[in-house]
Design a protein around this ligand. Structure first.
Ligand code: PHE
Length: 341
């Protein structure tokens, strides 16, 4: 009986500090393991117990075993509950916290404008030609009927990289590359960056243009205006139309300045159109015969038209931006407002 009590006391002593499943499991092993458990070891002593005491000894061992088991079961369930509680606390989530707003990115306004323009002309069958930003004097000027001493060179202040190479001042340089490489019919659209030494609220030393060129038999200024009318309606809304005014470019003859009827006031006159009802949007004209000949295209058989649109200007007009710098500063307070696709 003393042995049983001794083991009981020992067990209680060892159980005191054990509150986690792992150490309780070790305690279970120390007492109830078939081979090394202290309680099971008692059974082996049965042999040396006098016959008349064997029954009482066996009952004592069983009672002790039941007691130890009961203790362990209670300890284990307490430990499990405490562990579960800790886990609940650790993994607590507040389902009422408002979700984090994930901001959707947008295309830059210049890209939005450019893609809309490309879409309109792609629908008319134009193909994209990507020119290069570094050109030589021949492609940017001379082949476009603007020789070295031509006064029209002063229209565009040029960044020269060397006496021969320069940053293109106009996407028109691409016209020459295309006409050198392809025979008519030609119908290309060439968007890209251009560079001029020019800097104020409406001019930036780097800006974007969209060149259009069509060359085929029997192309006239009427074809140009027809396409541009369709274009302005799709970009600035139904009911807008164009007006051609005489102008000058060395590479087109005749040359025109194209105005769009004011899409803000419908032509009545407002701040945007400065009371005139019209807004200038691009330069264009019938391709100068000299330019066709420079590219080996027979100007008695073929004719064409070309136009060049300033993409920033088109975007500023459409989105009501009054300073071109806002398009280059990447200020999200500005960019966030323009979602036009
Ligand atoms: N390249 C001219 C400019 O930058 C625009 C233009 C293009 C005019 C094609 C006529 C024909 O001002």
């Amino acid at each position: 009986m003393n042995r049983f009590e001794e083991i009981r006391q020992q067990f209680l002593e060892e159980a005191k500090e054990r509150v986690d499943s792992q150490s309780i499991y070790e305690l279970r092993k120390a007492y109830l393991d078939r081979k090394i458990g202290k309680v099971n070891a008692l059974m082996k002593e049965m042999r040396s117990i006098p016959k008349e005491d064997k029954a009482a000894f066996g009952q004592g061992v069983n009672a002790l075993k039941d007691w130890v088991l009961e203790q362990l079961t209670e300890m284990e369930s307490k430990a499990r509950a405490a562990e579960l509680q800790r886990r609940y606390e650790r993994e607590k989530i507040d389902v009422t916290v408002p979700g984090k707003e994930i901001k959707r990115g947008k295309l830059h306004p210049i890209t939005q404008m450019k893609e809309q323009m490309v879409n309109v002309f792609a629908g008319m069958g134009f193909e994209i030609y990507e020119g290069s930003e570094i050109e030589n004097d021949y492609y940017n000027f001379t082949a476009l009927n603007t020789p070295m001493d031509h006064p029209a060179r002063d229209m565009q202040d040029t960044f020269y990289l060397s006496p021969e190479f320069l940053l293109r001042t106009q996407t028109s340089a691409g016209q020459i590359h295309v006409m050198e490489q392809e025979k008519p019919p030609i119908k290309i659209l060439s968007p890209g960056k251009v560079f001029r030494s020019d800097d104020d609220a409406t001019h930036s030393p780097m800006f974007s243009q969209m060149e259009g060129l069509v060359v085929d038999k029997g192309i006239t200024l009427c074809d140009l205006q027809g396409m541009l009318d369709e274009f302005v309606q799709q970009i600035y809304g139904e009911g807008t139309h164009t007006r051609l005014r005489p102008s000058f470019f060395p590479f087109t003859e005749p040359s025109v300045e194209v105005d769009v009827s004011c899409f803000a006031c419908g032509g009545k006159g407002c701040k945007l159109c400065k009371g005139t009802g019209w807004i200038e949007i691009l330069g264009a004209g019938v391709v100068n015969k000299k330019v066709l000949e420079n590219c080996g295209i027979d100007s008695d058989v073929y004719s064409g038209f070309a136009f060049g649109i300033g993409i920033e200007r088109a975007a500023m007009l459409k989105y009501g931006i009054n300073n071109i710098k806002l398009l280059f500063e990447s200020d999200l307070r500005v960019l966030d407002q323009i979602d036009d696709m």
